[in-house]
Design a protein around this ligand. Structure first.
Ligand code: SAM
Length: 274
């Protein structure tokens, strides 16, 4: 039975507002699982199991799968589908507000998901900043977002810096809209992020680092001297001095800076504050 028949039979229509586009191609599902390179005994967190397509493929490769689904209509279907597989835990809730720390414990885990696109950035931020950090992430995202995640200086964004601070992303697979039902309006890509044990750059403290980055990106397409002065509440001369101290020309724009340059700027801000 395909997803359409399964949901029709229950009188359920996919909700666009929840990003419900189900991935049904078995080869793609297997490739996603292979990309995760799950170690023996792996624990996997899946966000949004939907009708359970990816969950089924994960169930064959992982020792434990925690699958978090927000749509209450799908929970009974998921319980039925995995009733005879005790290593699959279906959790009903919103990934952005659920507390999974106790369930995940201290053991390493891998995040594998075909993400709901309307909250991709929020989910990535939540995973890196609020949750126990996974060892590896393999996620299907909108292709345009995938390109932004792997961007290089010249095309950086707050999202790219946020992800590249914690891990190394690469686009592993490009998917056409036809791989999903219902067909989304956009193309997709699978991104694998190998999460670092510690950040690749030296920062005084993470909160300050992200305050500085947010300030820099706060005023789109403006010179950094203006963005940093407005974002950190400094006069222009002080902003110029900080940027020069970090070896950055104040006339440059936020999207041109590398991770290392943001780190140097954060160190300069910490130095200024003593
Ligand atoms: N994994 C399935 C697949 O590949 O066919 C479904 C993927 S679908 C793109 C995204 C899923 O995420 C949907 O089932 C949707 O209900 C669920 N979802 C949306 N927002 C969520 C949230 N805040 N927390 C948990 N699940 C969510």
């Amino acid at each position: 039975m395909n997803d359409r028949q399964l949901l029709d039979g229950q009188g359920i229509a996919p909700k666009k507002s929840l990003g419900q586009n189900f991935l049904h191609d078995p080869h793609t599902l297997e490739k996603i699982v292979a990309l995760a390179e799950l170690p023996t005994g792996a624990t996997v967190l899946e966000i949004g199991p939907g009708t359970g397509n990816l969950t089924r493929a994960l169930a064959r490769a992982a020792a434990r799968v925690i699958a978090v689904e927000v749509d209450d209509r799908l929970i009974p279907l998921l319980h039925d589908a995995f009733a005879d597989q005790p290593h699959i835990e279906i959790v009903h809730g919103d990934i952005l507000t659920l507390d999974l720390a106790a369930r995940l414990g201290d053991a390493p885990y891998t995040l594998v998901a075909n993400l709901p696109y309307y909250i991709t950035s929020a989910i990535l931020r939540h995973i890196f900043e609020e949750m126990p950090r996974p060892q590896r992430i393999v996620v299907t995202v909108q292709r345009e977002v995938a390109e932004r995640l792997v961007a290089a200086p010249g095309e950086m964004s707050l999202l790219a810096i946020s992800v590249q601070f914690y891990g190394q992303p690469r686009i592993a697979l490009r998917l056409s809209a036809g791989a999903f039902w219902p067909r989304p309006d956009v193309d997709s890509a699978v991104v694998r992020i190998d999460v670092y044990e510690r950040p690749p750059v030296d920062v005084p403290d993470e909160k300050l680092f992200f305050r500085v980055v947010r300030a820099g990106f706060g005023q789109k397409r403006k010179q950094l001297r203006n963005a940093i002065s407005a974002g950190l509440g400094l006069d222009k001369a002080a902003a110029d001095a900080l940027l020069w101290a970090a070896g950055i020309d104040p006339q440059r724009r936020a999207e041109t800076l590398s991770l290392e340059e943001w780190a140097a700027l954060a160190r300069a801000v910490a130095g200024m504050r003593g």
